[in-house]
Design a binder for this molecule. Structure first.
Ligand SMILES: N[C@@H](CCC(=O)N[C@@H](CS)C(=O)NCC(=O)O)C(=O)O
Length: 196
C-alpha cells in the first residue's frame, strides 16, 4: 500500500495528482505544517529532511517529488505514464523530469529572491531562455511528449501552472497547455482532495 504524507498547496500536489492519474489505491495522510507535524520525531524518522512530499510504498520510503513521481510512474504505470525502459522517448521524458526541479524551480526561486547569477553559472542560463524553451514546447500540443500524457506533464505542468499564477512565466502557448492539463479528470480530483 502506498501512503502519501501531504499538506495542501505544497509541492506534494504533484504526487497527489500523479497518484490520481495512476489510479492505484493509496492512503493520504494529511500533516499540519503550522503545527509542525513534519518536524515531529516520528516523521523525522521517516524523512530526516522534514519535508513534504514524503511517501512510502510498503517499507520503502520515497522523498523528493521528482524521484517519487519517477518511481511511481515506472512502478505502476510504465508504458502509460512513463515511456518503457527501451523506448527512446525516455530520454526526453527524463529531460523534463529533471528540468522541472533542476531548472524551473531554481529559476523561480532566483526570480523571487532577485538573485543576479551569471548565465554561464546559473543552471537555468537566463530567465528568457527558460521561458522560450517551455513556451516553444507548449506550442507543440497537446503534451510534453506529444500525444501521450506522462508524469513529465505532472512535473512540468505543476511548475508552469505555478509560474503563470505568480507571473513568473509568460507566453501565448503556456496558458493553453495549463488549460489542457487542468481539464483532466485526475487533475480535478487531486485539486478537490488538496482543498478538502
Ligand atoms: N526538494 C523537495 C522540496 C520539498 C519542500 O521544500 N517542501 C516544502 C513544502 S512545498 C516543505 O516541506 N516545507 C516545510 C519545511 O521546510 O519546513 C521536493 O521537491 O520534494
Amino acid at each position: 500500500m502506498i501512503t502519501l504524507y501531504h499538506a495542501p498547496k505544497t509541492r506534494s500536489f504533484a504526487v497527489l495528482w500523479l497518484l490520481e492519474e495512476i489510479g492505484v489505491p493509496y492512503e493520504l495522510k494529511r500533516l499540519d505544517m503550522q503545527n509542525g507535524d513534519h518536524k515531529s520525531s516520528v516523521f523525522l524518522k521517516l524523512n530526516p529532511f522534514g519535508k513534504l512530499p514524503t511517501a512510502t510504498d510498503g517499507n520503502t520510503v520515497l522523498t523528493e517529488r521528482a524521484a517519487i513521481c519517477t518511481y511511481l510512474a515506472d512502478t505502476y504505470a510504465l508504458g502509460r505514464l512513463a515511456p518503457a525502459l527501451d523506448d527512446r522517448r525516455r530520454a526526453e521524458y527524463l529531460r523534463w523530469m529533471f528540468f522541472s526541479v533542476g531548472v524551473m524551480e531554481s529559476v523561480f526561486l532566483a526570480k523571487f529572491m532577485h538573485l543576479d547569477v551569471p548565465a554561464t553559472q546559473a543552471p537555468w542560463g537566463t530567465f528568457a531562455d527558460v521561458n522560450a524553451v517551455i513556451d516553444g514546447k507548449a506550442a507543440q500540443p497537446p503534451y510534453f511528449l506529444g500525444e501521450q500524457f506522462t508524469a513529465a506533464d505532472v512535473m512540468m505542468g505543476t511548475m508552469v501552472r505555478w509560474g503563470l499564477m505568480w507571473d513568473l512565466v509568460e507566453g501565448s502557448h503556456l496558458r493553453g497547455y495549463v488549460d489542457r492539463i487542468e481539464s483532466r479528470d485526475a487533475f480535478k480530483r487531486a485539486l478537490a482532495l488538496d482543498a478538502s
